[in-house]
Design a protein around this ligand. Structure first.
Ligand code: RP5
Length: 170
């Protein structure tokens, strides 16, 4: 597990985990979004199927270590987000990673169709960046500074669209 924060910096607030290092291209935009907002996070490979004990240890220990939200990406039989959600009281955001077959529908359905009582907030197939942004919004609910940063980010998005609209009309 690598920690984005420098020595002496605050502990990770977001846990960014994935079933395999092959998921990294999809998950990297989540890390980039967190870095853009200055949110400390940790990154690691935690596999529901290949390292089940590590997964349980991670999920059960995350809150005590100060992690406030977990982003979990997986592909195919993507059980990681759901199993982590079963073993932690923290909010879990699931990222369906598209693999070679089925266009990522297998990953999406494996993550989104959770039983009542165990929620996973599922983003779109390949939606790593939105997972990072959603984690920031979750933290922002109790962090006015971060919430302000998110409002500014949204204002920037709006300005970009309006600028494009103006160009198109010329
Ligand atoms: C899943 O199996 C991982 O999340 C990954 O998307 C998929 C394939 O893993 P590798 O065989 O590339 O390691 O558990």
């Amino acid at each position: 597990m690598t920690d984005s924060s420098a020595a002496g910096a605050p502990a990770p607030r977001v846990g960014l985990i994935m079933g395999s290092d092959s998921d990294w291209p999809v998950m990297k935009p989540a890390a980039e979004a967190l870095a853009e907002f200055g949110v400390p996070f940790e990154v690691g490979v935690v596999s529901a199927h290949r390292t089940p004990q590590r997964m349980l240890d991670y999920a059960r220990g995350a809150a005590e270590r100060g992690v406030q939200t977990i982003i979990a990406g997986a592909g195919g039989a993507a059980h990681l987000p759901g199993m982590v959600a079963a073993a932690t009281p923290l909010p879990v955001i699931g990222v369906p990673v598209p693999l070679k077959y089925l266009d990522g529908m297998d990953s999406l359905l494996s993550i989104v169709q959770m039983p009542s009582g165990v929620p996973v907030a599922t983003v779109s197939i390949g939606g790593g960046r939105n997972a990072g942004l959603l984690a920031i919004r979750i933290l922002g609910a109790s962090d006015p500074h971060l919430r302000g940063e998110m409002s500014e980010f949204q204002a920037d998005l709006e300005a970009i669209v309006l600028e494009k609209d103006e160009k198109l009309r010329k």
